[in-house]
Ligand binder design. Structure first.
Ligand code: ADP
Ligand code: MG
Length: 688
């Protein structure tokens, strides 16, 4: 408020819109984009995709390339020495008309790197004129409201300048250890900050941004890894010393198939964790259908053999019910009681479960979020297994710790592989096991892209599959914003299918149904009485019907990659050839095209996850991501800055090996920084 140019009104807006309260907040509010109009670049000088730059030159020729959706116009542009391609996907005719060959133009845009070559996609093209913008300038995000109060990007930059002038540059303390600055030739803290707001040229800007990004990632890694150290030194586990009656009997007599080598390896890793003095915190990644459930079950038996209780938590009622049923069946020969606790569990059953859990007579609980309620208390909880973790918020996981004085072992299972950069950031505190092998006899799922117009052929295909006794899923998107029309699409689809396939039984499930009704419809399909299930994404996670061989995804353009992959994972679970058919209308965007291409080209979950991160950027990932970080990222971007992240991780690891808690005097700076950065985050240490 007291900074010249701010005052009470603007300070309020800055606080509300950008959470800027102090000078420090202001100078750490970074631009989201840079525009370099300070000079004309030579094509060979283009080295990074950091800023928007301008190049003067002429177009030497046009070429039309590609077909259908990849159709594009490429202009060969030269500055007299080198060539660079200008690429256009839209308005091709207009561009051909509007721009002349061998006429001087200034093109302006952000270089993009494709196949190791820079090009400009849809650059601005203009004739040289004296009243063009000049300078190297940052752009800051502002809101409509801010602009109404004259707080546009330019005004913010000016405030930053005033702010920087109001403080002694020496007040900007160095925040990275000197040895790291020296090693990577980073600019100092003050210099990097000033450059980020007032860049002089591209190389200095690149260096400044690299430093700022590194710093963010470094402190995140430091926070996570130090927390792990702290935890390991304090946390007492529940050592499962023996492999006993239940495990052995089940393994020898009840196991319905031979475990894959990958399953065996993971079980050994889990075993090594739970027998030790500490607490297990393990992430189990395994693609859909890789057989995580049986690993979970065997881990639970380890707990029970050692006098502990076990609990498995699923994100949906359908999935919890399915686990409950399959586990009850598998454990029946052992005489082990299993109970199910969900939001719709009756009061009487609830009470029965509560008694069993507190007295310790009930050993195995399967459930949904309901398990996390404070009322649910265990006598001796030894292990918690969380299935399909990406649906669970960090806060919910954290609640587990309240259940015991000593935290139970935690096994988090996910079928959505997490790209390395994300895993290191979000789950850097978990050990990772991977089931990288599918059970034998599985055939690769065939994935095809089908246009709406081809429905008759599609129906013939579905009819043949069902006539052979196979079952079919048909999935419709349903999102909150368009719930009404989505429901209509689903219901119309259901009616249409019933008509087309009148000789078969078609059932329907969606999230709006009462649990009992949903359950009944689901059972129709699971039992094989229904040939086709029309549904929304309630079936996305975990449902297991090995006889289902076709997954039809309607309006596939409306699903994200990881969702498509999850849905596809519902088929291909038995020995029969399975198919995933992605239906879209004829006109689709280039993003949709990319997603569909990836789906038809690979079934590898890791490749898909990496592609997903690249296409969407991490900001877009579910809320779990942001809330899962010890503090928010301002400059670094997890989808682009993988190399910096690895550097940051290495440096953090090295520092912590010699000083696990950063308690030595020479590391006081780091500890201070950590505290000041994470001060707003409560209870981060208890996040599993
Ligand atoms: P996910 O990892 O997606 O949770 P599931 O645990 O549901 O996979 O297993 C998928 C299917 O594969 C189930 O029908 C399960 O019984 C079967 N399965 C699991 N492991 C094996 C194995 N080693 N051999 C044969 N079938 C297996
Ligand atoms: Mg599963």
């Amino acid at each position: 408020m007291y900074l010249p140019g701010v005052g009470p009104k603007k300070s309020q807006i800055l606080e509300k819109e950008l959470e800027i309260l102090t000078i420090s907040d202001l100078i750490h509010y970074f631009p989201y984009r840079y525009i370099d109009r300070s000079k004309f670049y030579k094509i060979r000088e283009i080295e990074t995709a950091t800023a928007y730059v301008q190049v003067k030159g002429v177009i030497k020729g046009f070429r039309q390339m590609g077909e259908g959706r990849t159709k594009r116009l490429v202009a060969m542009f030269t500055d007299g020495d080198d060539f660079i391609e200008l690429v256009f996907f839209k308005g091709l005719n207009y561009i051909l008309d509007a721009y002349l060959l061998d006429t001087e133009y200034i093109i302006f845009g952000k270089p993009s790197l494709f196949n190791g070559k820079f090009s400009f996609v849809h650059p601005e093209i203009e004739k040289p004129s004296p009243d063009r913008m000049t300078g190297f300038m940052p752009l800051y995000h502002t809101s409509e409201k801010m602009k109404n109060h004259f707080l546009n990007s330019k005004a913010i930059q000016k405030l930053v300048l005033t702010a920087l002038k109001s403080i002694d540059r020496k007040e900007i303390k160095e925040t990275l250890p000197q040895h790291i600055i020296d090693k990577y030739h980073f600019p100092g803290a003050g210099e990097a900050l000033v450059t980020a707001h007032f860049p002089k040229d591209m190389p200095t800007l690149d260096k400044a941004l690299a430093r700022l990004k590194f710093e963010e990632l470094f402190y995140i890694q430091l926070a996570i890894l130090r927390q792990v150290n702290q935890f390991r030194s304090k946390a007492m586990g529940h050592p499962f010393n023996t492999i006993g009656h239940y495990f052995n009997t089940f393994y020898k007599e009840c196991l319905p198939f031979d475990l894959t080598d990958a399953q065996k390896r993971v079980l050994r890793e889990i075993r090594a964790d739970v027998r030790g003095p500490g607490q297990m915190n393990r992430l189990l990644q395994g693609d859909v259908g890789s057989g995580k459930t049986i690993v979970a079950l065997l881990s639970m038996l380890m707990a029970i053999d050692n006098g502990y209780q076990a609990c498995i938590v699923a994100p949906t009622e359908i999935l919890a019910t399915q686990h409950y049923e399959s586990m009850s069946k598998m454990l029946e020969p052992l005489g082990l009681e299993v109970r199910l606790l969900t939001g719709s569990t009756r009061k009487k059953e609830r009470e029965y479960i509560a008694d069993g859990l507190t007295s310790g007579s009930l050993k195995i609980l399967v459930g949904t979020h309901a398990v996390f309620e404070d009322k649910v208390q265990f006598a001796k909880l030894g292990i918690v297994i969380i299935d399909e973790q990406h649906r669970f918020g960090v806060a919910q996981r954290a609640k587990l710790w309240g259940k015991n004085i000593r935290p139970p072992h935690v096994l988090v299972m996910t079928a959505t592989p997490i790209p390395r950069t994300l895993a290191m950031t979000l789950y850097g505190d978990l050990d990772v096991s991977v089931i990288d092998q599918l059970p034998p006899g599985r055939k690769a799922i065939q994935t095809e892209h089908i246009f709406d117009e081809k429905r008759p052929q599609l129906n013939n295909f579905l009819r043949r599959q069902m006539a052979q006794g196979r079952q079919v899923y048909v999935v419709y998107p349903l999102i909150k914003e368009s719930e009404k029309t989505d429901m209509k699409d689903l219901e119309n689809g259901f009616e249409a299918m019933k008509k087309v396939f009148s000789e078969f039984t078609v059932c329907m499930v969606h999230g709006k149904m009462k649990p009992a009704e949903k359950e009944a419809q689901m059972q129709e399909f699971i039992s094989g009485r229904a040939n086709m299930l029309v549904s929304t994404t309630v079936i996305e996670v975990g449902v297991n019907v090995p006889n289902a061989t076709v997954m039809v995804i309607e309006n596939a353009e409306r699903f994200g990659l990881s969702q498509l992959h999850q849905l596809r994972g519902r088929v291909g679970r038995g020995g029969d050839q399975s198919y995933c058919l992605l239906i879209t209308k004829y006109q689709i965007s280039s993003d949709t095209r990319k997603r569909i291409d990836i789906m038809t080209q690979t079934t590898n979950g890791f490749e898909i996850a990496e592609a997903d991160l690249r296409l969407r950027g991490p900001g877009d990932l579910e809320g779990t991501l942001q809330s899962g970080l010890p503090f928010n990222l301002r400059v670094a971007d997890l989808s682009r800055d993988g190399a910096l992240l690895t550097m940051a991780r290495d440096e953090a690891e090295q520092l912590l090996t010699s000083d696990p808690m950063l308690s030595q005097p020479q590391n006081a700076l780091l500890l201070n920084q950590l505290h000041s950065k994470t001060k707003n985050v409560v209870n981060w240490s208890f996040i599993s």
